[in-house]
Design a protein around this ligand. Structure first.
Ligand code: C2E
Ligand code: CA
Ligand code: CA
Length: 553
């Protein structure tokens, strides 16, 4: 750049005129840091033209008390050489004593002796209130909506990269919410430091971040996703605690003619697809996602049809559960299967949520319970200590007749309540803790046991256990997947076992597939194991042939 030719001042004036925001330059070579500011900025915030002393103190005194600390510590980060980039949104009082949202983006350069040379950047007036997320300091979902709608109106091409932290609950669970907040804050800052000027970062919901990219370049979103997920590939340490996280992400470019609502809906569908396909990846939006919506509607009709035809197409499979120490048979989990002519076998991961969504889970759930109890009756004759674990969706607990129904089933079969374990799968947050406790109490008072399923994912948590105690906790299989490499997963299992044993709760680990995984978990004092290593789900006859004819695994 031939800056000398036009003179620094001419260049500065030209930039001030062409940049959307106030251009600020701070000459750090001067003893007291000489700051150059545009005239209208000086007027708006009542600052002296060229301030040689105490500029910083004066500016900070105008910053909102809630934002002051963030501002100072972010600036410190830059001058203590941790990062060269300064990006922050904060409130400042203007000359009319109104709070104004500003965004500063600046860069610190060094001279040849590695001393700070120039700190320069742009301050933008965001002109928004109540649009900041207080945990991360990023703009929130309201700001996102406003900006996206504005871009749609102005016909400016944009795309949105949606990031969702996989199983963020593990982090909250292992440590606490405050620590979780710090993780969110660090991640927000990291993403923000990685985006260019044509993109802005928003915290949309709990563990969800959105990056709105204007005039996106080819592969821009992919590169950003790679940078962030590579950075988090290794374990991170914060306040002396270690954590690890992966991300599910989807990228979608806005197409003219789509409404804002439909665009956002498509993003949400995208994230759901990623979660179903195993998380930890970026999937670009495509119209297949919407076809999947059609499939869903069709499946609902086919399921309804099956129920009306005496549960045609439904069947139970059984997977063995073994004692962790002796590896002998403890019982089985009854797992629902469904097939139809058009789609063949459909996974319960797909159809159970559809049953739940439509309330068909009530009738199917009762059918499952009755069938499983019947099977249990036959197998208990051969193997008296046999226990049958039956999945019950939390939605079934809202049916006031369900507890009586379970009682009648067991009574009629004439088996001991002790042989039945009710596994509560919690796919949505249970706000009615009272109800949960009441149902748990009555189920346990009959003598059946309660297992809390998929522990560590979704909403089941140690906190919930305190309110509605269970007899068994089933740790989800995702903790086994990387157990050989990932010390977070093994420490999670250890902590859960230790805490549960203290209050007399037994622990079952799900998803053990290999001998090597079993070797790692064998020292963890678990009570029961369920996994492909000891058997896959099988039809009733095969289960009998494999495990009961010979008594034991
Ligand atoms: P879940 O209750 O967590 O069931 C365990 C799932 O883990 C089963 O998948 C089982 O096949 C699988 N699994 C067990 N060991 C291993 C292993 O070593 N490796 C791997 N990769 N997977 C293993 P499935 O049968 O596909 O069931 C999926 C989910 O569907 C169940 O998860 C449960 O949430 C739901 N579900 C199944 N049957 C019923 C039911 O009768 N009622 C309700 N409400 N939900 C059900
Ligand atoms: Ca289960
Ligand atoms: Ca489970």
């Amino acid at each position: 750049m031939n800056a000398e030719k036009w003179g620094a001042s001419g260049l500065y004036q030209a930039m001030c005129k062409s940049v959307d925001g106030y251009v600020v330059i701070c000459d750090c070579q001067k003893e007291n840091y000489k700051v150059t500011l545009p005239k209208d900025f000086i007027e708006e915030f009542e600052l002296p033209q060229e301030y040689e002393t105490k500029y910083f103190e004066l500016w900070v005194s105008r910053i909102h008390p809630e934002d002051k600390e963030r501002y100072i510590s972010s600036l410190k980060c830059v001058f203590e050489n941790k990062t060269q980039q300064f990006v922050l949104q904060y409130r400042v009082k203007n000359r009319n004593e109104n709070w104004v949202w500003l965004e500063s983006r600046a860069y610190l350069s060094y001279d040849e002796n590695q001393n700070p040379d120039m700190f320069a950047g742009v301050i933008r007036n965001l002109g928004r209130q109540n649009q900041l997320d207080h945990i991360t300091g990023l703009l929130n979902k309201y700001a996102f909506r406003e900006t996206a709608k504005q871009k749609i109106k102005e016909k400016i091409p944009f795309g949105v990269l949606l990031f969702n932290i996989d199983d963020f609950h593990h982090i909250n669970e292992l440590y606490d919410q405050t620590f979780g907040d710090n993780v969110l804050r660090t991640l927000g800052t990291y993403i923000q430091s990685r985006v260019d000027g044509n993109a802005s970062v928003y915290r949309l919901d709990g563990d969800e971040f959105g990056v709105l990219i204007m005039n996106p370049q080819e592969n821009e979103a992919e590169h950003l996703f790679e940078r962030v997920s590579n950075h988090y590939r290794t374990q991170k340490e914060l306040q002396g605690k270690r954590y690890y996280c992966t991300f599910s992400a989807t990228y979608h470019e806005y197409e003219e003619g789509t409404s804002y609502e439909d665009f956002v809906k498509a993003l949400k569908v995208g994230i759901n697809v990623v979660k179903r396909q195993g998380k930890n990846r970026l999937i670009n939006f495509n119209s297949e996602f919407l076809r999947y919506k059609e499939r869903e509607l069709e499946l609902i009709e086919l399921l309804r049809n099956s129920i009306e035809h005496d549960f045609e197409g439904f069947e139970l499979n059984f997977q063995p559960q073994v004692y962790a120490d002796t590896k002998t048979l403890k019982g089985a989990e009854a797992l629902l299967r469904w097939h139809c002519e058009k789609y063949g076998k459909v996974s319960p991961v797909e159809f159970v949520p559809l049953l739940e969504k439509t309330d068909m889970i009530q009738s199917v759930g009762k059918w499952v319970f009755q069938q499983a109890v019947e099977m249990c009756k036959r197998w208990v004759c051969l193997y008296p200590q046999f226990s049958m674990s039956i999945n019950v969706s939390y939605l079934q607990l809202f049916d006031p007749t369900f507890v009586n129904f379970m009682q009648t089933c067991v009574e009629e079969a004439g088996i001991d309540y002790q042989n039945i374990i009710v596994e509560i799968t919690e796919s949505k947050f249970i706000s009615d803790k009272e109800l949960l406790k009441r149902v748990f109490d009555s189920v346990r008072s009959m003598g059946m046991k309660i297992a809390m399923d998929d522990f560590g994912t979704g909403y089941s948590s140690l906190g919930l256990l305190k309110e509605a105690p269970a007899d068994i906790v089933k740790i989800d299989k995702i903790f086994v997947r990387n157990i050989k490499e990932n010390s977070f997963d093994s420490s999670f299992i250890r902590v859960v076992v230790e805490l549960c044993h203290k209050v007399g709760i037994k622990v079952c680990l799900e998803g053990v597939e290999e001998d090597e995984e079993m070797n790692v978990v064998s020292e963890m004092d678990l009570d029961f194991i369920q996994g492909y290593l000891y058997g896959k789900p099988e039809g009733a006859e095969k289960f009998y042939q494999l495990y009961l004819k010979t008594e034991g695994v």
